[in-house]
Structure formats: C-alpha cells, structure tokens
Design a protein around this ligand. Sequence first.
Ligand SMILES: Nc1ncnc2c1ncn2[C@@H]1O[C@H](COP(=O)(O)OP(=O)(O)OP(=O)(O)O)[C@@H](O)[C@H]1O
Length: 228
Amino acid sequence: MHRITLNAIENNYQKRLEWDVLTSSPAVRAQNISYSFDGLSVLHSVNLELRWGAVSVIAGPNGAGKSTLIEILAGVRTPQAGTVERVEDVALVVQRVSTPDALPLTVQDVVTMGTWGGPGMTASERRRRVAEALDRVHLAQLAGSPFNSLSGGQRQRALLAQGIARQARIFLLDEPAAGLDADSRARTRAMLAEEARRGAAVACVSHDDESIAAADCVITLSGGRVLS
Ligand SMILES: Nc1ncnc2c1ncn2[C@@H]1O[C@H](COP(=O)(O)OP(=O)(O)OP(=O)(O)O)[C@@H](O)[C@H]1O
C-alpha cells in the first residue's frame, strides 16, 4: 500500500515536471507566415504565439485570412513561407462538418474516434474518457443520436469533445460562434474558457463581439497582416 502511494506521488511529480517543461514554450509559434492561393497573396509575414491557459481570438474583417491562418496553425495547410512550431498535436474544430450518409455515426462514435491512434488504453478507460468528454460539452443526452441530426453548434461541441477525449491540449476552432444564438454562444464561450482554465491553449476565429471582449488575447488580422 505504502509503495503504491509512493508510486502515485512519483508519477504525479513526473507528470508535473513534464507539464512544466512543455509549457515553458508557447503552445504554438508562427513565424513569418506567408500564403497565396494561385498568386492571390492572403497572408503576409504573420507572426504570433498562442499561450497555454489562455483563450486567443483571431478577429478581423471578412477575407482577412483568418480561416487560412487557423488551418496553417493546425497543420492542415502548408504555408509557402515561414514556420509553425507546435508543442503538441492540435484538435481542429472546423465549420459545417458532416459525416457521409452511407456511414451513419452517432455522436458517441464521433467522440470515440478521438481516442483512436493514441496510446493503447483499455475499453473501459476509452468509455470513461468519451463519457467525460461528452459531459464537459453538455452532449451526454445526445450520445446515441446520429451525428448528422445535430445542429451546427452541437456538431462543433462534439468535435470539441473529440479533442477532449484524446486529451488534446491545443484547440483551434474556426468560428465556433457562427450561426449560434446568444445562449449557445455563451455556452460555447464558457466551455472554451473552462478548457483554458485546465491549462489548454485555445484559439478561435471569431466575429462575435462578446467572444472578442472575453478573450485573454486578441489577434487582429486585416488584409493578411497582424494589426495587434
Ligand atoms: N480555396 C481557396 N481558393 C482561392 N482563394 C481562397 C480560398 N480560400 C480562401 N480564399 C481567399 O483567401 C482570402 C482569405 O480567405 P479566408 O477564408 O482565410 O478569410 P477569413 O478572414 O476567414 O474570411 P471570413 O471572415 O469571411 O470567413 C479571401 O480573399 C478568399 O477569397
């Protein structure tokens, strides 16, 4: 019993040390990012850092390059110039996601996919993580519903839960407030703030004034350049 307790303390201490080392650098650092679509230059030498434990909002007018930038930060689009350093894998929550009709997936299936490919875990550990993630985004009651029957905001929350289930610590979201009513926007804001409070780095593209006002850090893009 004594040995087990000591092991648990040593493991926690080790995890704490690893976390301290991990968080001594920014979660994501982008340097001199430039990007063009077929000769149309949309990002010009963008530099930014995303902090641990903070919600950063990427704001700016339509066409400023926000979605392009978040995709580059997530690693799903490669810039023609510049570098992106990520301390860990990211969970990317995109807009307007659906699953193929030929592959009817429930909300629980989609969240469970977040646990695939990671370190091996028992079936009960997988179930526990999925249930906790669904709880954290308030979707537990819809776990058995078809994913495609969810509203846009609920789908984004399911993708957020997918990241939570795989214990992602960097969350990047493209317009999580788009198309949501005021209550849903507030709920999403609270969830993202909660993930940041747990130590995650959260960044979202947003046009929502309340999200911008509540953010720990606002990065304003205009014409493909960072203004602040
Ligand atoms: N796949 C694409 N092919 C060509 N041009 C594109 C493509 N995607 C975006 N663009 C162009 O790149 C520029 C930046 O687009 P982006 O979607 O990144 O802006 P945004 O700031 O996210 O805009 P919004 O607020 O309207 O979503 C725009 O001029 C857009 O027309």
